[in-house]
Design a protein around this ligand. Sequence first.
Ligand SMILES: Nc1ncnc2c1ncn2[C@@H]1O[C@H](COP(=O)(O)OP(=O)(O)OP(=O)(O)O)[C@@H](O)[C@H]1O
Ligand SMILES: [Mg+2]
Length: 333
Amino acid sequence: MKFDVGIDIGTTNTKICFRDSDHVIVMPSVIAVRKDSGKIVGIGEQAYKMLGKTPDSIIVKKTVEKGVVSDYLLNKLLIGEVLFRKFGNMFRKPRICLCYHSFMTDLEKLTFKNSILKEQSNKLFFIDESFASILGLDIDFSDGKCFLSVNVGGGTTDISVVSKEGILLNKSIQIGVELIDEIIAKNLIKEHNFLIGKITAEKLKNKAVTFFNPSEDLKFSIRGKDIKTRLPKVLELSQKDICKDIKIPVIKIVETICEIITNVSPDVVSNMKDAGIILTGGASLLLGFKELIEKKTNIIVQTVEDPISCAAYGALNSYKFLKQDFSQYVLPA
Ligand SMILES: Nc1ncnc2c1ncn2[C@@H]1O[C@H](COP(=O)(O)OP(=O)(O)OP(=O)(O)O)[C@@H](O)[C@H]1O
Ligand SMILES: [Mg+2]
């Protein structure tokens, strides 16, 4: 159907794709609105760049924290603005399939339904994010393979074992790689009396982090503020210094992957070992993350071409499954 939409509202990025376009909209889950009128000043990248830099008359807010929508009204405004830019004033409303984490409660689903369904869609479906990630890759289940799908994003990790019969086992935890941004920023305060903003911390993580043998010779210059003088300063640090403690959140993620593996039958594990672990989400772009999971699980890890958008693609693809009566995968709201 022309008006089908797949949406993945993430802690870092909101991804939206439409049936009639190959292009996925990927934007920071941030919106800026005027306090007095509620008028939208910016969404996505434009709003993200305004974080911490606007007068009191403008609210700039992240709409999602650790995978949970923190402000439904602003979230609805953000999604509504994207749909408005695509469809204009909607005479005919789209069907929306939305990714969820397995810890999402019925109350949260109901709130989504009430906040989005009424005005912006005529039907709302939910699909597990890690399952949607696999569907977004157009993987063929017909030969009876099992896949271990692991999607690690900014605020959450979603893991599921998937076969032709559906989701065998899944678990989501509220740990993602935004924690690494926080660790980097906290260490700079503790060890160098040096203050950096959220945007700098994220850029530094994406540029400098590796989970294996960080180099003492590779240097990065970082712009921030000296805490004592409160004046601007440029600090030069080695990759090794920047990577201190970054494995802490990742160890918990790997432990949870191992916990899932130990809970499936030996036949499923041997089947899964052939296909390997399919790693998606922005974290899969971090150097050495794939290798770290391989080392701890003893299972090959496959990364994908478009790890950030694939869950939204999968949500859109799920309509194909709906037609084939795969409705157990997708919960009508
Ligand atoms: N090139 C890159 N290298 C390393 N990390 C990256 C890169 N691009 C994005 N990231 C990181 O990936 C994370 C975002 O990934 P993703 O969009 O999959 O998360 P999300 O869906 O918004 O969050 P969640 O599903 O956890 O709610 C951010 O922490 C971001 O900094
Ligand atoms: Mg995500």
